[in-house]
Design a protein around this ligand. Structure first.
Ligand code: HEM
Length: 424
C-alpha cells in the first residue's frame, strides 16, 4: 500500500471513533485535558497487563501470595508487569474522578448528554469496584484487612447490610470463597461490563456530536486526522512513558502473607474509600454507610434533570461569576469540613452528652445537621450576597460534597495513625 493508501486506511479506522471533521474548539487540550481518552488508554493497559498477570496468579489462599512473590522474583519483568497493572489501576480511579469534575464543571451533562452522565456514574462505580476486587488478590496483610474493614462496613446498611456483606464475602468472614469471588468479578464480569458500558459511553459522545464546545457564531471545522489524532498519540505516549517510569521506580505494595489472627494497627481501607472510613469515625454508621451515600447519589443523578434558565453549556464554571463562587465554595467547604472533623475528634461527645437519645439521632442526625446547617446558610449567603442562580447553587453544592470527601480522604490517609487517632 502506498502512503495515500495508508492514510486512507487510518482515516477509515478512526472514523469508527471520531467523525472525519471536528470543531477546532473541541480539540484544544484545555477543553477536556484528554481525561476521557487517558481513562480509555488506562483501561486498555489494565486489560493487557491483567491478561498477562493471569498466567502467573494462583487464585487460592494457599497459592495467591506465593504466586505474587514468584512473579516478582522469578519471572522476567514480573515485578514491572505487576507495578504497571497496579499504577494503571490507581491512575484510572484518579483520572476518572478528574474526568467527572471536568464534565461537571464544563456543563457537559445537560440535555442530550444527561444519559451519558448516568452511564458515567455507573462506570465510576465499576472503576472503583474493579480496583477494590483486585486489591484483595495478593492476599497479603494490607489487602486482607482492607477488604475485611470494607466488607464489615457494608453490614451497617440497615436491614439488608449483613446479608449483603455475607453475599460479597461468601460467608461472615473473608476466606478463600471471598478470594475466588473477587477473582471472578475482577477478571471476568467487571471488565466485561466495563467494555459494554464504555462502548455505550463513547457512542453517546459521538451521538451528541463530540465533546461540548461553547456556543459561538463562527464554527471552524478541521480534519480529525492529523489535528486531533496526533494530539491523542502524543498524550498516549506521555501517559505510557510516565507509567513505565513510575513502575520502574515504585513497587506495588506487598506486606506479609495475610494472617486473619493479627490485624495491623491502624487497619486502613484503600485510599479511595478512606473518606468513608473517616466519616464513620465521626458519624453513626447508618448515616455514614447508607443515608449520606444515598442522598449524594440521588443528588448526582438529579442534577442534570433540573430546569435552568442561564445554562452556558461548554463554559467552564458556567460563567466568570460561577468560577468565583466555586472558588469561594472550595475555601468554605475546606474550613467547615476541617472544623467539624476537629471538633468531633477533640470536643464533641454527643453520645455521652445525651445518653437517653438514640444513637441514630445523637451521633447521626445531629452530627449531619452540624454540617448541613452551615452549608445551607452558606448557600443562602451566596444567593443573597452574589445573586447566585440555580446552576451556581448546584455547582456550590457539588463542590461542597467533593471537597468534603477529598478532605476526609486526606485526613484519614495521611493524618491518622495507631488506633486511627489523629496525628498519632
Ligand atoms: C473508564 C472510565 C471512563 C472513560 C474511559 C471515559 C471516556 C470518555 C471519553 C473518551 C469522552 C470524550 C472525551 C472527553 O470528554 O474527555 C467522555 C465524555 C464524557 N464522559 Fe466519560 N469516561 C469515563 C468515565 C466517566 C464518568 C465516571 C463520567 C461521569 C460520572 C463520565 C461522563 C462523561 C460525559 C457526560 C461525557 C460527555 C462530555 C462532553 O460531551 O463534553 N465519564 N468520556
Amino acid at each position: 500500500m502506498n502512503t495515500a493508501g495508508h492514510s486512507k486506511a487510518i482515516t477509515k479506522l478512526l472514523l469508527h471513533l471520531h467523525p472525519n471533521k471536528v470543531d477546532a474548539q473541541s480539540i484544544k487540550f484545555t477543553r477536556t485535558f484528554g481525561l476521557g481518552g487517558i481513562a480509555a488508554l488506562l483501561f486498555v493497559m489494565l486489560f493487557i497487563s491483567g491478561m498477562l498477570l493471569r498466567f502467573a496468579y494462583v487464585p487460592s489462599v494457599k497459592g495467591a501470595y506465593d504466586s505474587i512473590i514468584e512473579l516478582e522474583n522469578q519471572v522476567l519483568f514480573g515485578q514491572l508487569l505487576r507495578n504497571l497493572h497496579y499504577w494503571s489501576g490507581m491512575a484510572l480511579v484518579l483520572v476518572s474522578f478528574l474526568h467527572v469534575l471536568r464534565v461537571f464543571y464544563t456543563q457537559s451533562i445537560y440535555h442530550e448528554r444527561r444519559k451519558n452522565w448516568i452511564y458515567g456514574l455507573l462506570i465510576m462505580f465499576l472503576v472503583v469496584f474493579s480496583n477494590f476486587t483486585g486489591y484483595l488478590l495478593p492476599w497479603d496483610q494490607l489487602s486482607f484487612w482492607a477488604v475485611t474493614i470494607m466488607t464489615n462496613m457494608l453490614s451497617y446498611i440497615p436491614f439488608v447490610g449483613d446479608a449483603i456483606a455475607d453475599m460479597v464475602r461468601g460467608g461472615d468472614e473473608v476466606t478463600e470463597i471471598t478470594l475466588l469471588r473477587f477473582y471472578h468479578f475482577h477478571t471476568g464480569l467487571l471488565p466485561l461490563l466495563m467494555v459494554f458500558l464504555m462502548s455505550v459511553h463513547f457512542w453517546l459522545v459521538r451521538k451528541s456530536k463530540g465533546v461540548t464546545v461553547q456556543n459561538s457564531d463562527e464554527k471552524v471545522l478541521v480534519p480529525t486526522y492529523p489535528n486531533l489524532v496526533f494530539k491523542e498519540i502524543l498524550v498516549a505516549l506521555i501517559v505510557i512513558i510516565v507509567l513505565f517510569i513510575l513502575s520502574m521506580i515504585i513497587n506495588a505494595p506487598l506486606q506479609g502473607k495475610a494472617d486473619p489472627l493479627i490485624s495491623p494497627n491502624p487497619s486502613k481501607a484503600p485510599w479511595y474509600f478512606m473518606g468513608f472510613q473517616e466519616l464513620l469515625l465521626h458519624i453513626h454508621p447508618g448515616f455514614g454507610i447508607f443515608i449520606i451515600p444515598l442522598l449524594v447519589t440521588v443528588f448526582l443523578v438529579y442534577i442534570p434533570f433540573v430546569k435552568y434558565t442561564d445554562l452556558n453549556v461548554g463554559v467552564w464554571f458556567n460563567s466568570n461569576k460561577g468560577k468565583k463562587l466555586t472558588i469561594i465554595s472550595v475555601v468554605y467547604a475546606l474550613v467547615l469540613t476541617l472544623l467539624v472533623i476537629l471538633s468531633s475528634e477533640f470536643f464533641l461527645d454527643l453520645r455521652n452528652w445525651m445518653p437517653q437519645v438514640p444513637l441514630l439521632i445523637s451521633t447521626g442526625l445531629l452530627l449531619l445537621l452540624l454540617y448541613l446547617v452551615p452549608a445551607a446558610a452558606f448557600l443562602y449567603f451566596l444567593k443573597s450576597k452574589y445573586n447566585a442562580s440555580k446552576i451556581d447553587l448546584m455547582m456550590a453544592m457539588f463542590t461542597i460534597i467533593i471537597v468534603a470527601y477529598v478532605v476526609m480522604t486526606i485526613v484519614g490517609s495521611l493524618f491518622r495513625g495507631e488506633g486511627m487517632h489523629l496525628f498519632a
